[in-house]
Design a protein around this ligand. Structure first.
Ligand SMILES: Cc1cc2nc3c(=O)[nH]c(=O)nc-3n(C[C@H](O)[C@H](O)[C@H](O)COP(=O)(O)O)c2cc1C
Ligand SMILES: O=C(O)C(=O)c1ccccc1
Length: 366
């Protein structure tokens, strides 16, 4: 393997070098001053690992079952819109890579390949992310298609009643190129995202038209009635909302600040994880995303109580640099690094990764 691709940071550099600047900004950017985006990464540096010695680590096994999905490791790809922005094939290539790596793929509602194409390409667990649209009939039709195509869970994103102020996109007047479409939605519904206007983001305009900002807890029953699939809420950051999620019968929560793309100044995702874990029953899976870039990061999130961890941007870096093989490289690197971390930590099983693994990093940050 080229030595430049031995870490996710190397793959990120390669992706940056080859993507058009406005596509790079859309993927990499956060909202506002990007305080939350930066803090998501910084939080991992506040934890030190407490390795135990003289433990038999000849077999490190990170396999698990998550909401019925068998995974080779507690890793998945977070839902992201428009994989074809970085690769002609898009989500079908991502799906094959995830299957080969034994990782989960959460396809986005704004996927640039059809739900059915993605399901046909997938060889492993596949879930579908949804935004709550004003037009509930569209939502209901997508749920029906997801069930028919064999998706294993629905992930409702609840941190986006509107799109965060992503200054890079506003400055670029970012619009989704017309060759890349959210093919699972009617063309008329997504027209605004393709309209380039100086000082505006096509995506933000589109969401303003289509996303339902009136969504509240009582509406979840409507979705529950329409599906037998497990329901995951994505974008929970507080103990209060975690408890409400449990009261409303969700099957899992995903601690996330949307990769720093929504509320700028929101808690770093890793800082929110312990309060959510402590607020829900031990058997309820708590998932995590935001800033995970190495096996060490993965181990830290698992030690704080995440049952599984998703990566967003790194999957697109892999896809941009080498299609299916690039995504597979990203996932496989993370698996290798996680197993390595478990071995050197003296914690060969996932159950061994608890808070005793962690100590505060001894020097002040920065
Ligand atoms: C380019 C891009 C598109 C995204 N699109 C969606 C989306 O359509 N729905 C959603 O719930 N989250 C979306 N996200 C957020 C991711 O699911 C995830 O929360 C975030 O990227 C995780 O942080 P990380 O990129 O630091 O790993 C998107 C993120 C990126 C970078
Ligand atoms: O969720 C996002 O971060 C995002 O970029 C997006 C893209 C298309 C439609 C809605 C949101």
């Amino acid at each position: 393997m080229p030595v430049g691709l031995l870490t996710l940071a190397g793959i990120e550099r390669a992706a940056h070098a080859q993507l058009p600047p406005e596509i790079w900004d859309f993927i990499e950017g956060g909202s506002g001053a990007e305080r939350t985006l930066t803090a998501n990464r910084e939080m991992f540096g506040r934890h030190a690992l407490r390795p135990r010695t003289l433990v038999d680590v000849s077999a490190c096994d990170p396999a698990l079952t998550l909401l019925g999905a068998p995974l080779r490791l507690p890793l998945g790809i977070a839902p992201m819109a428009y994989h074809r922005l970085v690769d002609p094939e898009g989500e079908t290539a991502t799906a094959r890579a995830a299957g080969r790596a034994g990782a989960l793929l959460v396809a986005g509602m704004f996927a640039s390949r059809t739900l059915e194409e993605i399901a046909a390409a997938a060889t492993g667990p596949l879930w579908l992310q949804l935004y709550w649209l004003r037009e509930r009939v569209v939502l209901a039709a997508l749920v029906e298609r997801a069930e028919a195509a064999g998706y294993g869970a629905l992930v409702l994103t609840v941190d986006a009643p509107r799109i965060g102020r992503r200054l890079r996109d506003l400055r670029n007047g970012f619009a989704v190129p017309s060759a890349v479409r959210a093919v699972n939605l009617d063309q008329a519904l997504t027209a605004a995202s393709h309209r380039a206007t100086a000082g505006r983001s096509g995506i933000a305009e589109h969401a303003r038209e289509q996303f339902d900002p009136a969504l509240s807890w009582t509406d979840l029953a409507w979705l529950r009635e329409r599906t037998r699939l497990p329901l995951v809420l994505k974008g929970i950051l507080t103990a209060e909302d975690a408890r409400l999620a449990v009261e409303h019968g969700v099957d899992a929560v995903l601690v996330s600040n949307h990769g720093g793309r929504q509320l700028d100044g929101a808690m770093p995702a890793l800082a929110a994880l312990p309060e959510v874990v402590d607020a829900v029953p031990a058997e309820l899976p708590v998932l995590f995303d935001g800033g995970v870039r190495s096996g060490t990061d993965l181990a830290i999130a698992l030690a704080l109580g995440a049952r599984a961890v998703l990566v967003g941007r790194p999957a697109l870096w892999g896809l941009a640099t080498d299609g299916e093989a690039g995504v597979h490289r990203v996932l496989d690197l993370l698996r290798e690094e996680l197993e390595h971390t478990m071995a050197l930590l003296g914690r060969p099983r996932l159950a061994d990764l608890d808070r005793t693994v962690l100590a505060p990093w001894p020097c002040p940050a920065g």
